[in-house]
Design a protein around this ligand. Structure first.
Ligand SMILES: [Fe+2]
Length: 242
């Protein structure tokens, strides 16, 4: 009797542990999903504002991939929740629609204001391309540690391979950004310097032209004043002589 009770309590604790692990695994998957929800929002915004066609295309492609990643995570969350012992709990552990905060460095307010006021479109593009890379690298870190944690929790193969697939895509996109960013930044800054030079030349030409015009106007005025003065002198002399 005592033996059977002990076996029962052992079984219960094992079930409890499995359930606990499942909940932890779902929590981890939901955390990754909240991150991807935020990534989709950012990629949508970036793809619509990006001024470099090549980057725009890559962002759109990764946006499509990210939507696939969300789907993979949702599917695994639902699969794990379906095996949860208590259906009430299962309802509570549905795929999240919330978005996490992406780890993008927040510059000091004065820098941000300066960028908003005097920054050019090209400078903003370079700035955001650095943030794109930071986000993708962070996703790589998140999936690597997530896979480790789920392996320790004894998660099923399908869940692990879903995370591995997401990791592969993040690594590939981070690698692409790391390779392309310096070349694109260089091109944008060169264009900006050329444009700046053109603007300066145009400015100098306009200023020079204005100065010449003003100089001309000044000379005309001086001549007019001289004429008026000599006329006055002549009139006074005539009047005095008379
Ligand atoms: Fe990503």
């Amino acid at each position: 009797m005592r033996r059977s009770r002990s076996r029962k309590s052992k079984r219960d604790s094992s079930q409890q542990m499995d359930f606990g692990r499942r909940i932890t695994a779902i929590y981890g998957l939901n955390l990754a999903l909240s991150y991807e929800n935020a990534a989709v929002e950012r990629l949508e915004q970036r793809a619509s504002q990006c001024i470099v066609p090549e980057v725009k295309r890559n962002l759109q492609r990764h946006l499509k991939q990210t939507r696939g990643q969300q789907e993979r995570l949702r599917e695994r969350i639902q699969a794990l929740a379906a095996t949860a012992a208590d259906s009430t709990e299962a309802e509570a552990i549905t795929p999240t629609t919330e978005s996490a905060r992406l780890p993008i460095p927040e510059p000091p307010r004065s820098f941000r204001n300066m960028m908003d006021e005097v920054g050019t479109e090209r400078e903003r593009e370079v700035w955001e391309s650095v943030n794109d890379l930071i986000v993708e690298k962070a996703e790589v870190v998140m999936y690597k540690s997530g896979i480790q944690a789920l392996e320790l929790l004894g998660a099923d193969k399908k869940t692990i391979s879903a995370l591995k697939k997401n990791l592969q895509e993040e690594e590939a996109f981070a690698k692409l950004l790391e390779k392309n960013n310096p070349r694109i930044a260089k091109k944008l800054m060169k264009e900006q310097m050329k444009e700046g030079k053109k603007k300066r030349i145009a400015q100098v030409t306009t200023t020079g032209k204005r100065e010449v015009e003003e100089e001309g106007e000044g000379e005309e005025k001086a001549a007019a004043v001289a004429t008026t003065d000599s006329e006055t002198v002549a009139a006074t002399t005539t009047a005095t002589a008379a």
